[in-house]
Design a protein around this ligand. Structure first.
Ligand SMILES: [Zn+2]
Length: 113
């Protein structure tokens, strides 16, 4: 029996929409820190910059995730989805449901460390 790829396709599409939504929301928080010397002291300016750096790191992670989702969708199209990129064995469906962008089976993932 063929694996039901539409399930994973839907999961990936949904995840992509969620990320695009949150990227839209976080645009505000990654605006350059305004250096208002009069009202903002040195310490709180550092806080603001730290918060901005964190927001940017989160946004970067979301963008990385979007790239992974895109390549997972390409793998579905190419008929390669669900195959471990290391040992080429099928990845457990439960694992794919949990992390639809995963590229390796559990055995290879554990070997890595
Ligand atoms: Zn493997």
């Amino acid at each position: 029996m063929e694996p039901d790829l539409t399930l994973y396709e839907n999961l990936l599409e949904k995840k992509r929409e969620e990320i695009l939504d949150s990227l839209e929301v976080s645009k505000e928080s990654v605006k350059p820190v305004t250096l208002d010397q009069a009202s903002v002291g040195r310490l709180s300016r550092m806080d603001a910059m730290q918060a901005q750096a964190m927001a940017m790191a989160i946004e970067q992670r979301r963008k990385d995730e979007l790239i992974r989702i895109g390549s997972a969708l390409k793998r579905i199209e190419a008929g390669e989805y669900g195959e471990c990129i290391k040992c080429e064995e099928p990845i457990a469906p439960k694992r794919l449901e949990l992390i639809p962008t995963i590229l390796t089976c559990i055995e290879c993932a554990e070997k890595k460390g």
